[in-house]
Structure formats: C-alpha cells, structure tokens
Design a protein around this ligand. Structure first.
Ligand SMILES: CC(C)(COP(=O)(O)OP(=O)(O)OC[C@H]1O[C@@H](n2cnc3c(N)ncnc32)[C@H](O)[C@@H]1OP(=O)(O)O)[C@@H](O)C(=O)NCCC(=O)NCCS
Length: 179
C-alpha cells in the first residue's frame, strides 16, 4: 500500500473545471473503460458542478488536481428513504492511487450526504473495473443488481458527391482513432 498522503480535500471551484475534466480523460480511457470513456465529457463536470457544488470535491497537491469526485442527490417521493445519494464519478491520478485518497474523498462526501438526510448512497461501475469494485466494497457497498450496458453502432450512408465518403466507424478501435 502506498503511504497515506495528507493531500487536502476541498470543494471544487470554477477554476478546477478544466483540470477535473482532463484528469478524467487520463483515467477513463477507451482501452480500459470504453463506457466511461464515451460518457465522460466536459458537461458531466459543468453540470454536476452547477447543480451540486457541495458534492463536487477535489484533492489538490501543490496546485495540481490529483483526485475528484462528482455526486448528486435524488429525491423520490413515496419511497421509504426519500433521498438517495448518487456518486457519479470518482477518479484519482494513477501516481496517487492506493494512498487512501479515494477513500478520503468518499468519506467527505458521505459526511455531507448524511448531514443532508441521505440514508443510502448508490454508485455504479463497469463489471470488469476491478479497482472500482474493490474500492466500493472496501467502503461497505454491496452489489444490489447486475446492470448491462448495451451498444449499437448506427451506420450512416456515404455522403452524396463524395466518392469514398465518410462512414460511421465500424469498430471500437476505429471510433477511438486507433486504426
Ligand atoms: C477507484 C479509485 C478511485 C480508487 O482510488 P484510490 O485512491 O486508489 O483508492 P484508496 O487508496 O482510497 O483505496 C481504498 C481501498 O479500496 C480498495 N482498492 C483500491 N484500489 C483497488 C484496486 N486497484 N484493486 C482492488 N482494491 C482496490 C482497497 O481495499 C483499498 O484499501 P487498501 O489500499 O488498504 O487495500 C481509483 O482506482 C481510480 O481513480 N480508478 C480509475 C477511475 C475509476 O475507475 N473510477 C470509478 C468509476 S467512476
């Protein structure tokens, strides 16, 4: 286990938006996590930041963002617990992983959610993301349901007047620009 680092954790600020997005880009790669790669975009950061700034946290080491967490709450009338926390995104710079930074980010979120009346936190991740599953299990999360991601590639016709015109990519490698 890496040594525990005393890296400060704080609420995200507007100037952190680009750093958080780029750290996510480094982590959610098309090779390792194709679904996370496809669903991570700048709007994920800006939308969570605008709607729930108190649940958007960062870890900053010497002016550099090395970890982040984006979360929200969902209110459901007519359910036993009414208010759920949803941890949408969490990422820690590879060089800082296994130093309890992710755990500290989550614990800060959990404290805030509990203060706001949340009694259940939900998170999801790819079924083969062993790091995330190990991480969530270590925090007391248990698998409640299997969730399948399905995908279908939509093929466009070649553009008129363009011999050899452009088509939608046929394979994941093409889409990711690796071919
Ligand atoms: C998941 C992630 C956020 C964990 O952050 P982290 O700071 O490295 O995790 P911590 O050091 O706080 O780990 C706490 C515990 O989680 C578990 N854990 C963490 N990483 C693990 C791994 N790679 N494999 C198995 N268990 C792991 C361990 O039980 C660990 O405790 P230990 O180090 O005492 O054994 C990090 O691996 C990451 O950024 N992954 C890429 C992004 C991602 O997949 N995010 C989740 C989907 S949004």
């Amino acid at each position: 286990m890496a040594p525990r680092l005393r890296i400060p954790i704080r609420e995200m600020e507007i100037d952190d938006i680009a750093s958080v997005y780029h750290l996510g880009e480094q982590l959610f790669t098309s090779e390792e996590f194709p679904i996370l790669y496809r669903t991570w975009d700048p709007y994920e950061v800006t939308e969570y930041f605008s709607s729930d700034p108190e649940y958007c946290l960062v870890a900053e080491q010497k002016g550099i963002i090395v970890g982040f967490l984006l979360a929200t709450t969902i209110e459901k009338e007519g359910t036993a617990w009414k208010k759920y926390g949803y941890l949408a995104w969490i990422g820690v710079d590879e060089a800082f992983q296994r130093a309890r930074l992710g755990r500290r980010l989550y614990k800060e979120l959990e404290k805030r959610l509990a203060e706001d009346g949340v009694r259940m936190v939900i998170a999801d991740t790819d079924g083969d993301n062993e790091a995330a599953i190990g991480f969530f299990n270590s925090l007391g999360f248990s698998t409640r349901a299997q969730h399948l991601w399905l995908a279908k590639t939509l093929h466009r016709k070649a553009r008129k007047g363009k011999p050899g015109g452009q088509f939608a990519p046929e394979t994941e490698e093409e889409e990711a620009g690796r071919l």
